[in-house]
Every structure is written in C-alpha cells, then in structure tokens.
Design a protein around this ligand. Sequence first.
Ligand SMILES: [Zn+2]
Length: 165
Amino acid sequence: MERVLDTAALLHWPPNRLAGGVCAHSQRQELERLSEARSMLIDAADLDWRSPTPAALEAAKTAAGASGDLARLSDVDVDVLALALSMQAVLVTDDYRLQNTFRHAGGTVEPVVNAASKHVWIWEQRCKGCGATSSLEPDVARSKQGSTGECRICGSPLEVKRRRG
Ligand SMILES: [Zn+2]
C-alpha cells in the first residue's frame, strides 16, 4: 500500500525509510523553510512528489469539514490529506488533526515516530549488589544521579533504572 508522508516524516526519517513515499510539492517549500540541510538530504531521497487535483482538494476540505478539523489545518496539511484520500494511501503523520480527519474518512494512519518510542516506562530502584528491585518512592524520584539508598536485603547501594511498563 502506498504511503503519503507528512512533513514530520521528511524531517525525522532516514532517506532509506522515506523511499517510495508520496509527498505534496507544497511540503518541499515548507521543508526548505524549516531545515535547509534536511531539504538537501531529501532531494537525494527517492520520493514521489505530486500535487493534488482540484477535485481531491475539494474532497479533503469536505472530509476535514465533516470531522470539524478544517479550520485548524494548514494549506500544506490539506494537500497532504487530499493526496492520501485520493490515492487511498496510508497517511503517515503524528498531527492529531490530520489523523482525526483521515480516520474519520475511513483512512488508515501510521505514526511518524517509532512505535517503540511510544512505550511508556516506569522508574524503579535496583540493588547493585543482589539485583533486588523495588518501586521508587515519589520523593526520591528527583535524585537522578547517585544512589537512592541502601538495599534492605544486602546493604549495597541502590540505583535508579528504567523498566518498560
Ligand atoms: Zn541488595
């Protein structure tokens, strides 16, 4: 399935991941404003630059109006939305309004950032000696460096570690 990439993807993804993605011509100008260096890098990426047809733009505005997002979408956002709608592509975006509009219109959305980086984690303290873990008291959470206390089992210093939640 083809993917339409929003400007955040152009800013953050490595060129090999961008390859084959569809973007609107107006995004190139937006990217030039945001990052000249990135813009030059993108020139070398194998992207498919297109302009939405007037009919596709109308359909995008109708869809965004139906979901209530139209007033807060930029012209570039509407271009991206129009391409994704007319191609029935996957829309890659972290923009809340674009996601909402596109889902509302029956489309499929993918995030720009890695799913892995969306995982939440919790902090815990772990003994450097025996490895016993315990939950962190709210008041010790601020001391990021150094030991947060002594192990109740073996007396070794405790350190703060991240645990995937
Ligand atoms: Zn211990």
